[in-house]
Design a protein around this ligand. Sequence first.
Ligand code: ADP
Ligand code: MG
Length: 343
Amino acid sequence: VPAAILSALSAAARGGVLFKGGAALETLAEVQVFAFDKTGTLTTGQAGVTGLVALDGDEAGFLARLAGLEAQSEHPVAAAIRRETAARGIVALPVTEVRSHPSEGITGRDEAGAIWAGNARMLDRMGATLPPGLAQMADSAETMVALGRGDRVLGAVTVADEPRPTAAAALAALRGGGAGVLMMTGDRAPVAARIGAGLGLAPAEISAGLLPADKVALVDQAARRGKVAFVGDGVNDAAALARADIGVAMGVAGSEVALQAADVALMAEDLRKLAAARALARRTARVIRQNLTLALGAMVALVGSSLFLDLPLPLAVLGHEGGTVLVVLNGLRLLTDPIRSRT
Ligand code: ADP
Ligand code: MG
């Protein structure tokens, strides 16, 4: 059993899938439902800013303030805003006392007082209403981030992220392997529907507008169908990653907290490795069953023949040690198991 598990862990690691232990590998083989976070997991997280409306002053000043706030956020939306700012050669304004509000946005303080950025939930928290000039942005199938001070909205940007090139194939491979798939996101329903449709997800498989606690509740609900894996990248996902039977973090793109809470880290951006890792975990479970059958069978045969057939000692030794060598070799076969994704 250890030979099989260690071989599989090593093969997986060479393929860019790091398991935190053998137990995670054994659990992955039994997973029935894979729940995915959207932003940064099913999508690239390399989103671009697609629209900008500054209601108060010029675009450069607006972006400098927004980027100053988002400079300290790990969220993919924040990264998109920072990239846009850098591309325009704008220097972010200093913002202090920054606090992130999961699935809502971010707050902080600049030279003129408290400021915030985020979605409709953040607007509600601040008692702000959306100015008519931003209504069209808010209704689009892209993620809107508004910047505000108190109950005044200073403007907004829209950010569009796209599905990872490998995401649709990965979901199909998991489905093909008999598992169910779900998408859970804190983003708005129209954005979730657009990305979900691009990935071939059914409306029933998509849940949007979720707070981190809602993701945990949905993981619990999915757990009634069998073992659940949650795949996520963000700070907002730590609770769901910890609650699921197995948590999978996007290793390179993911946040530190997600990596801490997870049992498995995907070091490659290729989501198909997850389906490959599940197949490897199932092959490992099969090899373990073979080995147990082989070892127990050898024992029964040896004990039986030594009791009733007067087994010669050299033959008994050969049978005993040979059986051990055989099961170890059978386990070691997994060392060469390719976890490479098929294209
Ligand atoms: P997902 O579950 O898809 O990863 P999140 O729960 O991380 O989405 O975020 C949901 C929404 O919260 C985002 O679409 C965005 O509107 C808002 N949000 C989260 N973090 C930030 C941030 N740092 N700045 C602005 N908006 C944010
Ligand atoms: Mg995310």
